[in-house]
Structure formats: structure tokens, C-alpha cells
Design a binder for this molecule. Sequence first.
Ligand code: FBP
Length: 551
Amino acid sequence: MSTISTLQQERFSYRPKLPAVYSAHGPVVSVQEGARTTALADEAAIARSFPQTYGRPMLTFAVGQRRTVNPLRVGVILSGGQAPGGHNVIAGLFDGLKAVHPESELIGFLGGPSGLTDNKFRVLDQAIIDAFRNTGGFDLIGSGRTKLEKNEQFDKAAANCKALKIDAVVIIGGDDSNTNAGVLAEYFEAQKIPIRVIGCPKTIDGDLKNEQIEISFGFDTATKLYSELIGNIARDANSAKKYWHFIKLMGRSASHVTLECALQTHPNVALISEEVAEKKQTLRSIVTHVAGVVRDRAAQKRNFGVVLVPEGLIEFIPEIKLLIGELNDLLAVHEAAFNALTTSDDRLQFVSSKLTAGSAQVFNTLPGTIKLQLLADRDSHGQVQVSRIETEKLLLDLVNDQLREWAAEGKYPGSFSAQTHFLGYEGRCAAPSNFDADYCYSLGYTAVALVLAGKTGYMASVRQLCRPASEWVAGGVPLTMMMNIERRKGKDVPVIRKCLVDLNGKPFKTFAAARARWALETEYVYPGPIQYFGPSSVADAVTCTLGLEQG
Ligand code: FBP
């Protein structure tokens, strides 16, 4: 048996906090239905795509009467990138199921959604669940990025669930996985297959949220961990006073992670992709802005600083977005010819010759390494994998060039020496903060309550998260309520809308009001490591984003 850290050992005995509604009879609750719901946009089209499940009401749970219920058999899938707290959703499901009936069973499908279609599973028992309570990672059952979207996959899923006598499947994932959960629920309903499908909101990126879902799990822990590291780097910068640190932060599209870390640590610069897109900023203007901050700090003898760069930035710069779009199409259409080329030079030339004049010009101004990273393997959606593009190095190089130019013109007397960092994977499997441990466990319980109530096509929801956990409000949100129509792979399809940073929202406005001061002064905040024990003001603190959003 492998060695277990002392912290992990202690955390096994942490009892996650639950909303008070579960204190009487566990997930046996009374379900209060709200009014009929509509989709976020494109209502008619979504209603047509989901004739069975569209328009169902919002659900809120209240304390119910004790009643006798039959055992339930539930399957669970982890989908997409790791996020702290996944094991606690599973523990919440397990404990919730056992509270409903001791003979209930939880079956984990292995390696993500493909486990369901390929019938790879393990029955989860008390001992295995106890060994994973309050731990980070998804290693209990593994995850994967297979998309569940074809009828043929749904039929296989139905056959496998039928053989296992499964009553419901819980899909723990991001916006795409939950969209697919909605499609699967609709398919089962249409085919009169009595298997319920329930989603749970997961992603460190924080972009699966809306009026009903206040936060996706994992965001809290990941941003606390990144903020600790950024604070440490900032303190090093302020001690040594000789380096600029360019730090790229994970977040495939939205900049919630960067914004949250900026609010926690007060860096000199934090770029927000959504603002770059809104202001139609060019790469040149971003570089001039960052170099300007370096120059202005140098004028005060502060030749050090911290710059936060969101992972998805490059796709929000209008001219590069256009270029990436063309590259995605081009690599899809000419895949075989492109793959037949063996040298990097041939590949670069091949691509340049096929781009429009504007995009070819943008492509050719980029450093060779970035060009090749833009041509690297696409993900399962045919998109460039932004976590592999070294945007932080690109910016550093271009800022360096700009400063040299200014130095030659006598406009910059400072010295510029810089380091780059990428904070991403180190945050995805961290031991969940108390908030994520409690929230995830509550989501698991809530999913059981939804299954018990016979609901399908719902996302488990736990709200009022800035209050003590006992006051959290549990219920369900119809998946179709979060959908709109978007163009994907040349087709209009219903999808759960990804939530980008709201430039009119309080978190961004709070940052925008302070950033000019943070740029020139040195006002770093050092949040320190996540606290699992100690005063609730520290150990149960929520993110700045959630605090500001909830007032
Ligand atoms: P999810 O949306 O599946 O939660 O994953 C998000 C993420 O962590 C992004 O921040 C990052 O770009 C991506 O996963 C990296 O994916 P991979 O694990 O495939 O390298």
C-alpha cells in the first residue's frame, strides 16, 4: 500500500458540511416546483430539440416526511479536466444513496464517458470511498474527454445500464459534458428508457455558471492555490527586486481564474481576455501596454513586477482569433497533406501559402516556436489546445523587443530581466478546500435527491453559497434552461452557454478601479496556503469573485 500523507490522513475524518434540508431524512426531501422555465436564448429552437425535457420547472428542496424507498442503483462518470472536489461528489452520492437505503449501490464508470459506452465500471464500496474522502484528483474512477453525442453511443449506454440495472447516471462535467447529459436525458425520455440523467457543475475554469449555478466546483481550490503561488512569486520579486514574472494561468476560454487571482494578489498587470476582445486590442497594443508599465515602474527604480496572462488570451485577440479560425479549418480540410509533410519548415510554408493575406501576415510576425504550437494537435472539438501555447513567453519576448526599441531611442533607462511560469495542472488535483469539499459533497447528495424524486435532465444545484453551509439552498435546474444555439463545426447546435467574465460585473469593476495603482505601486497581497483547519474566516472563506457577485 502506498504511503499516505499526514494531511491526507487527517482529512479522511473531515465531515463535509451539508445544507440543513438534509439533516432530517438525508436526501429524502420534499420537492417544490417553480414555474415553467425557458432557455437562455433561442427558445423555439431549443424547445424543438428537446420536446420531452424542455421547459421543466426549477426545483427547490424543503425538509420532507420520512418514507420508505426502494434501493437505488446509480452510475457516475467524471468527464473532462480534473477539478478539486470530484471525489467528494462521489462520496456525497455514495453516502446519500446509503442514507436512502443501505442496499443502494453506486457504480463508477471508468475513464470518463467512454466507460459508460464500453461498459468499463467498478462497484464502489465503503472501503474505497473512505480511502478517497476529501482528496484531490479524479483517480478513483478516472476521467476522459470522449463526447457522448451520437445515438449509437446512447444505445450502448442504455444497454449497459440495463444490464447493470442502473436507475440513473450522474455526469460530472463542464458545459459540454452537461449539454451532452441533457441530450442523453432527452434521448432516454423519447425512447421511454427509464434511466434518469443528472449533471453536476465541474471545472476549475469557472465558466459554467449562470443565474442558477453560482460557481462550478474546483474553481475555489484552484484559484486559492494559484494565488498562494503568485503571492509567493510576488514576494520573491519584491525581495530580489530584479525580475519581472510573466505568469500564465489556466482557463481555456474565460479569464475568471486570472481575475480571481488578481483580486487575491494585486499584481502589476493582469490581462483579461474578454476586455481585449471587447476593446478589439491588437497584440501590438497589449505589448505596448505591458511594456509601458515596465517602463513606468523602472522610472521609479522598480525593475520588477508580476504580469498575469490568461491561458485563452491568444484566442481573444481579434487578428489571432481570425488566424486560429483559419488554421482550424485549414488543418481539418488538408489534414492528410499536412501530416504527410515531415519537416517544420515545410509545414510552416504549406500553411502560410493557404492562409488569407491578412492572416498570413499575422502568422509570419509570430516567433517560430509559437507558429509550431499553433499547428500542434487539435482537441476532440478540432480546437487549438491553448494550454500548450506559450503565450507568456510570446509576450515576454515582444515586451523585451519593445523595451529595446525604447532604450535605443533613449526612452527607457531600466533593466529588464524576466522569468515565465505556467500555473495550471498543479491546481487541478489539489486537496479540495473546505468550500469545495462541502459544496461537492452537497452536490452529490443533491443529485441523489433528484434521482429519488424521479427527475431527469437536471443539473444539481446548491445556492446561496456565501452563507454558512447549513443555509445553502439545494435543488435542480433544468439543463435546457442554460442553453442557447451556437455554431459548432459548421452547424447550429443547442449548447449550455459558457460564462465569460462580465465587464460590467462587480469583480471586474473592482479590479479595474484598482489596477492603475497596482501597476505602479507595490501592493502585493500574500494569501498563503489553503487552510483546512482553524478559524472559519480563513478555512471556509469563499473566492473574491463569489463574494463580490453575491454582495
Ligand atoms: P474542463 O473544462 O474539462 O474542466 O477542463 C479545463 C482545463 O483545465 C482548461 O483550463 C485547460 O485548457 C484544459 O483543461 C487542459 O486540458 P487537458 O487536461 O486535456 O490538457
